[in-house]
Design a protein around this ligand. Structure first.
Ligand SMILES: Nc1ncnc2c1ncn2[C@@H]1O[C@H](COP(=O)(O)OP(=O)(O)OP(=O)(O)O)[C@@H](O)[C@H]1O
Length: 228
């Protein structure tokens, strides 16, 4: 399996708009308002193999979406076909009309994602539950033939039983299709279901833990996550 190395660097340059209230806060808390360089990742090295399942967790604001967006950019530059589960397009037609050139191909994919009730095929996306709609998106992801599947805020709004069920099926399908699956969420309860090859825990500020089952190594990378 091909292994690719990605270097993630992300800085934000923040310039504060000086409103009356901003000035009041700055004065009260002794904050400087000059432009600041905010470092989220400084040369974070990630080695990913094609077909890996990558699970990124961490607190809100810790940098999960940033990793995802940077990887998406770098992998696209690398010539990989990437797809985002939340950007799959749906029309207001019965779902059986929205997938594949033939009904039998559509049925195969629907059965893979666990949409196997014939009544559901006749419904429109808005007539499905959140979990069923997520499975439809997944079906479209499979149909797209993308090599890398991304999902931010992964299953965040679903009840945890459904979430675990979909996570388990999703990793199975991704592995079957040979697709790389990269998901990010604040929820840390999906480790058993996703059985990730790489588990990334973005900790507060400077710390990030990376566990790669193939290397059997547990790296604690100190990155420079400070306001400069
Ligand atoms: N355009 C921007 N300018 C300055 N800082 C930003 C910008 N976008 C994001 N940040 C900061 O970068 C950090 C990482 O943001 P990111 O969206 O990656 O976090 P996250 O872990 O995905 O959060 P959440 O779980 O809330 O979606 C945050 O502290 C955020 O405030």
């Amino acid at each position: 399996m091909a292994e690719r190395t990605y270097l993630i660097n992300k800085h934000f340059s923040t310039e504060v708009e000086r409103t009356e209230r901003v000035l009041e806060i700055a004065e009260a808390f002794g904050l400087g308002l000059d432009e600041k360089d905010f470092v989220v990742f400084d040369n974070l090295e990630l080695k990913l193999r094609d077909g890996d399942v990558i699970y990124i967790t961490g607190q809100s604001g810790s940098g999960k979406s940033t990793i995802l967006n940077e990887l998406k950019k770098l992998m696209t530059q690398d010539g990989l076909k990437v797809a985002d589960i939340d950007k799959t397009l749906m029309t207001d037609q019965p779902i059986i009309d929205q997938l594949c050139p033939t009904v039998s191909e559509a049925l195969q994919i629907f059965s893979l994602v666990g949409l196997s009730d014939a009544n559901l095929y006749l419904r429109k996306p808005k007539e499905l539950s959140d979990g069923q709609r997520y499975r439809l998106k997944l079906a479209k992801l499979i149909e797209s033939g993308a090599q890398v599947w991304f999902a931010d805020e992964f299953l965040a709004v679903l009840d945890r039983v459904t979430a675990k069920n979909i996570a388990f099926n999703l990793q199975k399908i991704a592995r079957k299709c040979g697709a790389t699956l990269i998901v990010a969420t604040t929820h840390t309860d999906l480790v058993d279901d996703l059985a990730p090859d790489i588990y990334i825990l973005k900790r507060y500020r400077e710390r990030i833990d990376i566990q790669n089952v193939h290397d059997d190594e547990y790296k604690k990378v100190e990155s420079e996550f400070d306001d400069k």
